[in-house]
Design a protein. Structure first.
Lengths: 547, 329, 274, 514
């Protein structure tokens, strides 16, 4: 229910939502108290196949050092944040450890009222000290926290009393609520160790972390599995399934095999494995739309690509349907906007749709000449471009092939992710086309680092080729500083219009997410959309049942 | 003999040093700025360039190569392999923890390929190359030749689907059942399929052929004719005379296949979710996690060296002429 | 009466193997000039089209690329890798192994040490390190693979020669005034040949296979240069959904090549390379 | 009384790649229990093949027809362990090189169900070997020692039928007598039947009850010893008997010095008497010492301060008991083994001082005929390749075409040119020995070192080979060091002789030219 019609001020709106959500939470908690008794969940075990388990555990261990997105697997099982992002409401931040919160009118002071009676897995009481500690630790450069950049607008964190936390910002920053959903760690365990100068990853705490979430750390067998036990004292009520095991799977093929062998209850697979898991006895495949957009970044400083008409034409000429059919088993969607499937998507991207005639016309307009053999040339030289790729060679090949079909010479250069990106960071000028992937899973602001002229690689952004468009910049800045939903939506509409007229990317398609789930499992509810690596699969794991 | 072994061991230390220095230098040649790489992975995106400078100073990356190597070596000698360049976690535990499973898997894989090679190679060497026996020979050669034609990862994937998924005879992965404690029985249950696949997928073909070649040649040797004249049973002729002499090249080969096995078990480890060194190495290689790669190098180097030493000693035991040649030179 | 032991070129299996190899090489060299399908063109036909589908003799892969064109051009990369790697390994390995077994003891000592040292460097580390220095491609793959495949050859040659060296016939040849190289190449090496050739044939096979594995790890010949290895890797999954031809085409090509080299080795062994 | 051995119409065909060799063409032979039957005949006539056929030791390429029964048991179908055993002509090759002698003996015992505790030392003692020889590897033994070890291996299980293929060729007279005496007692006491293959007619005279003469794969004559020797019926038998060289014993020669001190203690003047006085010796060993460290601390002083000087064209015989160090001396002289102490000189130059290249360029000067030729041939080379080996290294030494020269050499040692493409293991014992001689002669060396070069040749061939060597010495001025236990060629061949014992020169003697 993201179509909130409340037209009151920003703070009121947020509070309302928060209050609503609080009520929901209470209801859920009530329901859950009965669940274990009814479902006979006692002794049940949830077995989940997870890629990059070691990385996730490593990140979860130093959890505060990681945006919730990256640590989501561990964080959603073991930890809570001040707020959580509700997939059923377009990832609206709703109360979690904070019972409610208030935002000052100038958008600079956030006051959180903490939930009472929450305890850590070791029995200690959860207090505002823990929140202050975690946020300060994340901001401390010594801890090299990945979240530090997201929290850059925070100027101070204080705890007037045990139940209240006040976060002050130096400037209005709309996405801050999302950032404040990061996992909270126990001051009484981690605090002394960090104070002693131990790096987060090497603390004793990291070997057996303690949270407030629905599941508790039991045992970690590196490279193999992570064993978790249900937290009987979880504030929403004890989870119905008494044990959770996260099993490492090296890739989707192996996940498919272990699913087929009946060894795991659920795992994600990619489009390529659909043929293997469809019709598998005892499992169902759930396909979820996604915001994960594949794109080709364009080096706008390259003479061939300077002209926006050429960049629009490339968008028109690329065969998106081929990508979807060949790589996503026909289940992806053509992406004409970087904000596809988010709450702020508009139809501004229509002019980028695949349309060979329009593209051809635009190229001719831009001074390209099509020869008798169908090959394009500029100033008598046949057009030939390079397409660098570091992670999706098949996408690169299909794109290159479809552009070649249109008479544009494209040669694919693939390599290892770190190599190719290393080259890019070192010197982007040798590149023309470059495969990229991005998306706006929880807050549309995540595209800021892709389009804003300040977000160059040198500044820590992802705007690889120093794309700069004043209208785009203005719209993105505006979206950050207004805090009301409609105001932001308007700003993003402006952004999309400007970005469509002057594309920085060839936008390709979205890759949907396929979850294979055992029929024995109940209570799983997908978010609206999912994004690469940022899975909100587990957001309601405490409600799951297994028969 | 004891002297010889001690001598060999005394040479191991400098040898490992050379290996470490070599690897260290090679990895140093890799293009790209390690500080940038670390900063990138720490930041999970484009790093803050001033951070990169800090890191460079912090990690002493501007020091000359020998200085860095010395520092690293000093730490390693104290049992500290440093911190992962990717997530900053300590490497020592991970590498040491992965060593056990790797030894188990490669050891069993080697056993499978040696025993299988002996059995099948001898069979092939003994069967006449004519008549219906030719079919059996061809059959065995084709079967063991699988490893020549099919890459190990495909054998592993195929084996996984056939034996674990379709037939359900073995678990499909891991070293223990999800959520259950590790026991010897469950470890064995999980070990069989990957070990057999590793043995068949890597060395069985070579071993079978080596043995077959030797047996075929030795079966007409004068001393075998002599043994026949002494009414020594065919089985004993094969086991005590022929195999012993044909096994010499095999033992030499085992030594060099150690590294192949240790480093090469990766495919099997990845496919079967076996928490071993190979898998660690693959992941580290893909992440370019230099610290982990170095640690894996040292540890697997130790294993391989030990294996080579064992093979060398064995060679001397089997073929006295080798020992004598060594003693006189 | 031959001066040196010769490959028994007159024997049928050898003729078959040599012809087979020559044919494979010829197809890889000439084939792409004859076939007009573009091996890189995706959606050239329907994806996963069965063999015999209009215009696609061997069918298409999951990206709708023509398999025949891909396998034929893939032979260029794969055969280059297999043959070049085994040639390098055989030559370097034999020379080094011989030098170790017959040279002064310090040389043997150092060579053994170096071989031991190199064999302890795990394959992946070597690959990664060399890969980091060399741009990905066929030539660098050959170098990477040759860098460690000569080791087993050298070891086997050394072990064989060591056990042969003490034999009387070598002594007799020395008394007969055989030059050092004649002893090495006329007596020791040919006698060591059967297991060495068996290993070398394994090396050729191993190289072609290792190329595949490197592709699987994403460290091999880039997918934009088709090789049997990366075609195979692309196809590994398709077989489970019924597209056996994607796998069968490169696998058959690999199997044929390896069968030919294997046959050569077996034959040279059976006839004692003479 | 039934026969201990009964062979009926035995054929052995050897299928080579291009041809088939009919080695045995219908042999029938009976031997009564307890009898000793000598099987004699020219080299290559098929004697060893008959022996192998009886014991199942034929090469893979062999196809057999005919019936063979031992003690009424058809051994073609099944050979119970301990029924029949054979001592191989080339003992060195009959042992698994990676196992000790005792290991083989124990293996035989186990197969035949005999307790090795007594049988093993008994068998070794019977052939005059000590326990330490048992624990040695075959390649650590001298020629005569392995030969006796091979014999021990055959008798250790006390078989009903013993086949001995040239088992005394490497033994000196004394040792031979000892071994035969003990063997005789043993076979008598166990009423063993013995079939022995030999070229040594003296041995036949002394030991055989009956004699069977083979020629070209057939038995041409068979009868009681006395009758056959006095009135040979077949032309081949007569030829063999006639070409026999007169038996010679050491007493016949004139001692010139005795004791190692005299022979070796002084300078070259002592040893250098004879033809060599005043001239630079072509080959010289000064106070050479060689010690081997064997298994279980077995330590052998194979040579202990030996002096030897060979003048140009001088022909020296070296005799001595089995294991006394003769072969070791030759190997030092040929510079394929280094002395522990002392020096070896070629033409006045110390071998140890020559660098590898210089040494190699001199190799043609000193050529050697090995005691066990099979092991001294590259198993993968053909006869022609073997003979041509040295010529290829020293093309100057052979002005004519290599192939022609090979044919010529084969002819000179009485070998059929058809044998040229064969591998060494496809030859008879005598044929191999002649190949070895042909190889050594191919570059017309200055010094020829011969280690029992004619031990496996029949009387006929032996004479012609000895005459060949003698002629070459005379015509080309080739010097000769001739190790032998059979003294009969000496008068024809040598000027003086040395006696070795336990690694020392103990005596010298002068041979009067005939
Ligand atoms: N490689 C070796 N290792 C150990 N002992 C050896 C080795 N070679 C020879 N011997 C020993 O050295 C002694 C001399 O051996 P050599 O071969 O010179 O004797 P020989 O006089 O030639 O005897 P024969 O007449 O029996 O051939 C023997 O006792 C033998 O056992
Ligand atoms: N393995 C073999 N392959 C082919 N021919 C062989 C083989 N062994 C022996 N011969 C041939 O068979 C014939 C008989 O050989 P055999 O060994 O029986 O001779 P022999 O009578 O024992 O001679 P010698 O006294 O020289 O030992 C010879 O012409 C020989 O060349
Ligand atoms: Mg014979
Ligand atoms: Mg001797």
């Amino acid at each position: 229910g993201s179509d909130d019609e409340d037209d009151a001020g920003a703070s009121a709106s947020e509070s309302d939502v928060a209050a609503e959500a609080e009520a929901d939470g209470a209801e859920e908690a009530d329901g859950d108290e009965e669940a274990p008794a009814e479902g006979g969940g006692e002794g049940e075990r949830l077995i989940v196949g997870v890629q990059f388990l070691d990385d996730f555990v490593g990140a979860g261990v130093a959890g505060f050092a990681t945006p919730p997105a990256y640590s989501s697997v561990i964080a959603q099982f073991m930890f809570d944040g001040l707020l959580e992002l509700d997939p059923t409401q377009g990832y609206l931040p709703v109360p979690d450890l904070a019972e409610s919160f208030e935002v000052s009118d100038d958008g600079l002071v956030y006051t959180f009222d903490l939930r009472d009676g929450v305890t850590w897995h070791d029995g200690e009481a959860f207090t505002s000290e823990d929140v202050v500690f975690t946020l300060n630790a994340a901001l401390d450069p010594a801890n090299q926290a990945r979240t530090a950049a997201d929290l850059a607008a925070v100027s101070s964190v204080t705890a007037p009393d045990d139940d209240t936390v006040v976060v002050e910002l130096s400037r209005p920053f709309a996405p801050i609520l999302q950032s404040l959903s990061l996992a909270i760690h126990p001051e009484h365990l981690l605090g002394p160790e960090l104070a002693a100068g131990t790096p987060p990853g090497e603390t004793e705490y990291a070997a057996a972390p303690v949270g407030t979430g629905p599941y508790m750390w039991n045992e970690y067998r590196p490279g193999e599995q992570l064993l978790l036990d249900a937290n009987p004292d979880y504030y929403k009520g004890a989870p119905a399934i008494s044990e959770a095991v996260l099993v490492a799977v090296a890739d989707y093929d192996i996940a498919a095999a272990r699913l087929a062998a009946g060894e795991i209850d659920l795992s994600e697979v990619s489009g390529a494995q659909l043929g293997l898991v469809e019709g598998l006895d005892g499992y169902a495949v759930n396909t979820v739309r996604s915001t994960n957009v594949f794109a080709i970044a364009l080096n706008i400083e390259d003479p061939l690509l300077e002209d926006p008409r050429v960049r629009i034409a490339l968008n028109n000429l690329v065969d998106r349907q081929a990508l979807i059919d060949l790589l996503e088993a026909g289940l992806g969607e053509p992406a004409l906007s970087p904000l596809i499937n988010t709450s702020v998507e508009t139809d501004a991207g229509a002019s980028l749709a695949t349309d060979v005639e329009a593209g051809t016309a635009l190229l001719e307009e831009a001074g390209w000449v099509k020869g008798d053999d169908g090959a394009w040339s500029v100033d008598g030289t046949p057009v030939s471009m390079t397409l660098h790729d570091g992670f999706a060679p098949q996408i690169a090949e299909v794109v290159a092939s479809s552009l070649r079909d249109q008479g544009i010479g494209v040669e694919v250069i693939t390599g290892q992710y770190s190599d190719i990106f290393g080259q890019l960071f070192a010197d982007p000028s040798g590149f023309q086309l470059f495969t990229y992937s991005f998306g706006a899973p929880t807050d549309p602001d995540s595209i800021y680092i892709l389009f804003h002229s300040q977000a160059t690689l040198a500044n820590g952004g992802f705007n690889a080729f120093a794309y700069a468009n004043d209208d785009v910049d203005a719209a993105l800045d505006q979206a950050r500083s207004v805090t009301d939903v409609d105001g932001r939506a308007e700003a993003y509409a402006d952004f999309q219009e400007a970005a469509t007229a002057d594309p920085a990317y060839i936008l390709l398609h979205t890759a949907p997410v396929h979850m294979v789930i055992s029929d024995e499992l109940g209570g799983w509810e997908p978010g609206l959309v999912e994004y690469q690596f940022v899975r909100f699969l587990w957001w309601n794991v405490e409600e799951w049942t297994k028969s | 003999m004891t002297r010889y072994i001690l001598g060999r061991i005394a040479t191991l230390v400098p040898m490992l040093l050379v290996v470490c220095a070599l690897t260290f230098a090679l990895l140093d040649l890799a293009p790209g700025d390690p500080a940038l790489r670390i900063a990138t992975s720490l930041a999970g995106g484009p790093p803050d360039l001033s951070r990169v400078e800090d890191l460079r100073v912090e990690l002493g990356l501007d020091d000359p190569l020998p200085v860095r190597f010395g520092r690293w070596l000093g730490d390693v000698v104290q049992g500290d392999f440093g911190r992962s360049a990717i997530d900053g976690s300590p490497v020592t535990e991970r590498v040491v923890g992965a060593l056990g499973p790797t030894l188990l898997l490669t050891g069993s894989g080697l056993l499978v390929s040696v025993l299988g090679g002996l059995l099948l190679g001898t069979t092939v060497g003994l069967l006449p190359d004519r008549g219906p026996a030719r079919l059996v020979r061809g059959g065995i050669m084709a079967m063991t030749g699988v490893s020549f034609v099919v890459p190990t990862f495909l054998v592993a994937l195929g084996g996984l689907w056939l034996f674990a998924v379709i037939l359900g005879w073995f678990p499909a992965g891991g070293i223990s059942d999800p959520g259950e404690p590790r026991t010897i029985a469950s470890t064995l249950e999980h070990l069989i399929l990957p070990a057999v696949i590793l043995g068949v997928g890597t060395n069985l073909g070579v071993f079978t052929r080596l043995i077959a070649a030797g047996v075929e040649e030795q079966m007409d040797a004068e001393f075998v004719r002599n043994a026949r004249s002494r009414s020594i049973g065919p089985r004993r002729i094969v086991s005590a005379h022929v195999v012993r002499t044909s096994i010499i090249p095999l033992v030499a080969q085992v030594g060099s296949s150690m590294a192949y096995l240790v480093g090469g078990a990766y495919a099997v480890e990845v496919v079967f979710g076996w928490p071993g060194l190979g898998r660690l190495a693959v992941e580290a290689a893909q992440d370019q996690d230099v610290t982990v790669i170095l640690a894996v190098t040292v540890i697997s180097g130790l294993v391989v060296v030990a294996g080579n030493l064992a093979a060398d000693v064995l060679l001397g035991v089997i073929d006295p002429r080798v020992l004598i040649a060594r003693r006189t030179t | 009466m031959g001066r040196h032991p010769r490959l028994p070129t007159g024997r049928l299996p050898v003729v078959v193997a040599l012809t087979g190899l020559a044919a494979l090489v010829l197809i890889a060299v000439v084939g792409p000039l004859v076939i007009d399908a573009d091996p890189l063109r995706t959606a050239a036909g329907p994806p996963n089209a069965a063999p015999g589908t209009e215009g696609h003799l061997l069918g298409t892969d999951s990206l709708g690329r023509d398999l025949l064109a891909r396998v034929v051009i893939g032979g260029r990369a794969s055969l280059t890798v297999g043959l070049a790697v085994s040639a390098i390994a055989l030559v370097v390995g034999s020379l080094v192994g011989l030098a170790a077994a017959t040279g002064p003891s310090w040389l043997d000592w150092s060579i053994v040490r170096v071989i031991d040292a190199l064999t302890t460097v795990p394959f992946l580390v070597l690959v990664l390190a060399l890969r980091a220095v060399l741009p990905p491609g066929v030539a660098s793959t050959v170098l990477v693979l040759a860098a460690f495949t000569w080791l087993p050859v050298a070891r086997v040659v050394r072990a064989q020669v060591l056990s042969l060296r003490g034999r009387l016939f070598v002594e007799a040849a020395v008394i007969g005034g055989a030059s050092r190289s004649r002893v090495l190449f006329g007596h020791l090496l040919p006698n060591a040949a059967p297991p060495v050739l068996a290993v070398a044939s394994a090396v050729c096979a191993e190289a072609i296979i290792a190329e595949t594995t490197l592709s699987w790890l994403g460290l091999g010949i880039p997918p934009t240069t088709p090789s049997w290895g990366n075609i195979l890797v692309d196809a590994q999954r398709e077989i489970l959904i019924g597209n056996w031809w994607s796998l069968a085409a490169p696998a058959t090509a690999i199997a044929l090549t390896i069968a030919c080299t294997g046959l050569l080795a077996t034959q040279s062994r059976r006839t004692g390379f003479a | 009384m039934s026969s201990a051995l009964s062979i009926r119409d035995l054929h052995v065909d050897l299928h080579l790649r291009r041809t088939t060799v009919e080695a045995v063409k219908g042999v029938s032979l009976d031997a009564l229990p307890g009898r000793r039957v000598a099987l004699v005949g020219p080299s290559g006539s098929g004697k060893s093949m008959v022996a192998r056929a009886v014991t199942g030791a034929l090469p893979r390429s062999a196809r057999v027809r005919g019936a063979i029964e031992v003690d009424g048991v058809d051994v073609g179908a099944k050979r119970p362990a301990g029924l029949v055993a054979m001592a191989f002509q080339e003992a060195a090759a009959a042992f698994n090189p990676t196992r000790t002698v005792a290991w083989h003996l124990r293996e035989s015992c186990r197969a035949a169900g005999v307790d090795p505790v007594d049988a093993l030392p008994d068998a070794l003692a019977a052939v005059g070997l000590a326990d330490e020889h048992g624990s040695a590897y075959p390649f650590e033994l001298s020629g005569g020692q392995v030969q006796r070890a091979g014999l021990a291996l055959a008798i250790v299980t006390s078989p009903r039928l013993l086949i001995a293929d040239e088992v005394t060729t490497a033994l000196d007279n004394e040792t031979e007598t000892e071994v035969l005496d003990r063997l005789g007692a043993l076979t008598r006491s166990r009423s063993m039947t013995v079939v022995f293959v030999t070229h040594d007619l003296a041995l036949v005279e002394r030991w055989a009850d009956e004699i069977a003469v083979m020629d070209d794969g057939r038995i041409v004559e068979h009868g009681e010893r006395a009758g056959l020797l006095s009135a040979p019926a077949h032309a081949k038998t007569r030829a063999l008997l006639e070409s026999r060289m007169p038996t010679v014993t050491l007493d016949r020669f004139r001692p010139t010095a005795n004791g190692a001190t005299e022979a070796g203690g002084d300078d070259a003047g002592t040893t250098g008497d004879g033809a060599a006085v005043g001239e630079t010796p072509v080959l010289e060993a000064q106070a050479v010492t060689k010690r081997f460290d064997g298994q279980r601390g077995r330590r052998v002083d194979a040579l202990d301060g030996v002096h030897l000087s060979v003048g140009p064209g001088e022909r020296i015989a070296v005799v001595g008991r089995s294991g006394s160090g003769k072969t070791t001396l030759l190997r030092l002289l040929a510079a394929v083994e280094r002395p522990d102490a002392g020096t070896v000189c070629w033409g006045g130059e110390e071998v140890a001082d020559l660098d590898r290249r210089a040494l190699r360029s001199q190799r043609w000067r000193v050529q050697m005929v090995f005691q066990s030729p099979l092991a001294a041939f590259d198993p993968r080379h053909s006869v022609a390749d073997i003979v041509a080996g040295p010529i290829r290294s020293f093309p100057d030494r052979c002005p004519t075409d290599v192939d022609d020269r090979v044919q010529e050499l084969l002819g000179a040692v009485g070998l059929d040119p058809d044998l040229a493409p064969r591998r060494p293991d496809q030859l008879s014992g005598g044929q191999r020995q002649r190949v070895a001689i042909a190889r050594a002669l191919s570059v017309e060396p200055e010094v020829l070192l011969c280690d029992e070069p004619v031990s496996s040749l029949d009387a006929n061939l032996r004479r012609s080979v000895v005459e060949l060597i003698s002629r070459l010495c005379a015509e080309r001025g080739m010097a000769l060091v001739f190790v032998t236990h059979d003294l009969s060629p000496l008068p024809l061949l040598c000027q003086r002789g040395l006696v070795m014992d336990h690694g020392r020169l103990v005596e010298q003697f002068q041979v009067d030219a005939r």
